[in-house]
Write a protein that binds this ligand. Structure first.
Ligand SMILES: [Mn+2]
Length: 254
């Protein structure tokens, strides 16, 4: 906690930078190849409830270092980075003495801002993420299983913030309030996860559809949702070489 606070205090607020230009280089005498600079962002946000810094590389390798003070949430964000194949460093010092709400929501806000900055003007991106790998469109990776449960995510980085959250409400009537909060994975399943995804959708200005098709165990449910989210983000943030430098929109703006 002490080290994280010092690290945050050293930061100037707000910090935001972006690198998403395209350069050309001559490779091995065989011809011109496009080498794209990695799309990166650094965002810091400080309120009376949380202090957060995020460093994001959209063209990373899935490496992460996440410390939010909530080990379960660290686990979710680390697996998100791994399966979206982005590099993520996130530090949050939040008011966990109140509860986990501000920490989870505000991490969604800052991660969303980092995505918006790193995506830049969105020229050349695939934009839509159904979780299908472009090189292998016949595998339905939008659907992520986790033992007994199945989750689906579809995303559009189209500039219109909207979250659709389906399939979790019907289970919530069957259990007591105590059971809803019995551990952090339960708390996530019955409220916190939605706060995170709503904040991300608002700030990235994306259309985000998340659905639990079926499932029982809270840890599995939340993990499947975060993994499906990661697979969809991975597909949508990728550059499509066929439309390099152009917007995937007839409107002329995303
Ligand atoms: Mn797990």
């Amino acid at each position: 906690m002490q080290i994280a606070e010092e690290w945050l205090n050293q930061r100037q607020l707000p910090v935001a930078s972006e690198l998403h230009n395209c350069t050309l280089f001559f490779a091995g005498g065989f011809g011109l190849m496009a080498a794209m600079k990695p799309r990166q962002a650094k965002v810091a946000r400080k309120t009376r409830e949380t202090r957060i810094t995020v460093t994001l590389n959209l063209d990373g390798k899935g490496k992460s270092s996440v410390k939010t003070g909530i080990p379960f949430f660290d686990h979710m964000l680390a697996l998100f980075a791994k399966h979206a194949v982005v590099d993520l460093k996130l530090r949050c010092v939040g008011d966990l003495e109140v509860d986990a709400h501000h920490t989870v929501e505000d991490c969604g806000i800052v991660l969303g801002q980092a995505f918006a900055t790193a995506l830049g003007d969105k020229r050349g991106i695939r934009r839509y993420g159904a979780g299908f790998h472009p090189k292998n469109p016949f595998t339905g990776e939008a659907y992520v299983p986790m033992d007994e449960c199945l989750a689906r995510c579809v995303i559009d980085f189209g500039g219109r913030p909207h979250l659709v959250w389906r399939g979790l409400g019907k289970f919530s009537q069957k259990i007591s309030n105590a059971e809803k909060k019995q551990d952090m994975s339960s708390a996530f399943r019955f409220g916190l996860a939605r706060e995170f995804f709503q904040a991300f959708a608002n700030e990235t200005r994306c259309n985000l559809h998340l659905e639990l098709l079926y499932g029982d165990e809270p840890h599995h449910i939340v993990e499947a949702l975060f993994k499906a989210f990661a697979r969809a983000v991975d597909a949508a943030r990728q550059r499509d070489p066929r439309i390099a430098g152009r917007l995937p929109s007839t409107k002329g703006k995303l």
